[in-house]
Design a protein around this ligand. Structure first.
Ligand code: NDP
Length: 328
């Protein structure tokens, strides 16, 4: 038996989450069993702990979209017992059991070896949010960052915090957008040099274009803010769009930034990244993410804390990254 956060659905369709002892017979099929050490809390986990938001296919369900730990048993030549591994993506924690358990069984293709220089805890302090932030930065680099500060929206959240720290560490000027003015000191400690109030960018205007302000952007918010930001991008610059914490619709006079300023909108998806890209991004994280800053953005939780934290993250009330110590 081992401990897991199990989400169950009753006959009326209502879900509830609680920490329970479950047996190995209940685990999904897979060729590698991992003794999970750490997982994290992300926006999607908040959805999966609650009514599922269309992500969870079958109940009972173990959420947790990423984890790190040690291989306990493997039928695949690439991994042997004792190897340290990391998992992100593949819809683990959504349509198959995830990391909120002391054990996880997955396919070997879903894992990457823990990168040199990172502990299992640091890897999850980074987690899916940090990996996505790095993929966004790499996409902006591939297009070429233009003159002007790089804007990060949803900056006090998980992806935004890591993106801010990476970009600042790489020497870029970072303008951090937040709806929480009390997080100004935190964002400056991560390296942001300019704080932009959320309300300055959420008002929808009729103007087709505005003054060119940003040499690049990592956008976690979409909605009205993305419509506004696109009009303020420098000629030929790029926006790496990673999330929609502020809504799925983009509002405003949309086409003008693309045809009159050659702005690029790059969609970033961490879920289905090929193995090569995941290894490359994790290598860059080990190299380019200042670990002292990473510690400053992390809070640690236990499995029992997760139902409450799941509700908080859906309300945009969680700061930085939440590492789940699964064995605590
Ligand atoms: P968090 O909840 O940690 O951060 C989101 C931040 O967005 C909040 O902290 C808040 O920042 C801001 N925000 C929240 N609501 C609004 C709103 N209504 N209007 C404007 N800003 C708002 O989530 P994550 O950083 O983990 O994830 C962010 C988004 O990215 C989510 O949509 C998530 O599903 C998605 N995602 C996508 C991935 C991918 O592969 N593409 C991977 C990981 C996440 P502040 O308080 O500073 O304003």
């Amino acid at each position: 038996m081992f401990k897991a956060l199990l989400v169950e659905k009753n006959d009326e369709g209502k879900t509830s989450a609680s920490v329970q002892d479950i047996s190995e017979d209940q685990m999904p099929e897979g060729d590698v069993t991992v003794a999970v050490e750490y997982s994290t809390m992300n926006y999607k986990d908040g959805l999966c702990i609650g009514p599922g938001g269309g992500l969870v296919r079958t109940y009972p369900h173990v959420p947790g979209i990423d984890f790190s730990g040690t291989v306990e048993a493997s039928e695949d030549d690439r991994y042997k017992p004792g190897d340290k591994v990391v998992l992100t993506g593949w819809r683990v924690g959504e349509n198959r059991w995830g990391g909120y358990a002391e054990k996880a069984r997955v396919k070997a293709d879903m894992l990457v070896p823990l990168p040199d220089g990172l502990t299992t805890r640091q890897a999850m302090a980074v987690g899916t949010a940090g990996l996505t932030a790095m993929l966004a930065v790499m996409a902006l680099e591939d297009q070429g960052l233009k003159d002007g500060p790089v804007l990060v929206t949803g900056a006090a959240g998980g992806v935004g915090s890591v993106a801010t720290a990476i970009l600042a560490h790489l020497g870029h000027e970072v303008a951090a957008v937040t709806g929480r003015p009390e997080q100004e000191d935190y964002l400056k400690s991560l390296g942001a040099t300019q704080i932009v109030a959320r309300e300055d960018l959420t008002e929808v205007t009729r103007k087709p274009l505005e003054a060119e302000l940003w040499g690049g952007c990592v956008d976690a918010v979409a909605g009205a803010m993305l419509g506004r930001v696109l009009k303020q991008m420098t000629y030929g610059s790029s926006v790496a769009a990673i999330g929609l914490a502020g809504g799925a619709a983009i509002e405003g006079a949309l086409i003008t930034p693309f045809i009159l300023r050659g702005v690029n909108l790059l969609g970033i998806d961490s879920v289905m990244q090929p193995y090569k890209n995941r290894v490359r991004a994790w290598g860059r994280i080990a190299r380019d993410l200042p670990m002292d800053k990473l510690e400053a953005m992390v809070q640690t939780a236990t499995l029992a804390d997760l139902p409450g934290l799941g509700r908080d993250i859906l309300k945009g009330q969680v700061k930085g990254r939440v590492v789940v110590d699964v064995t605590a």
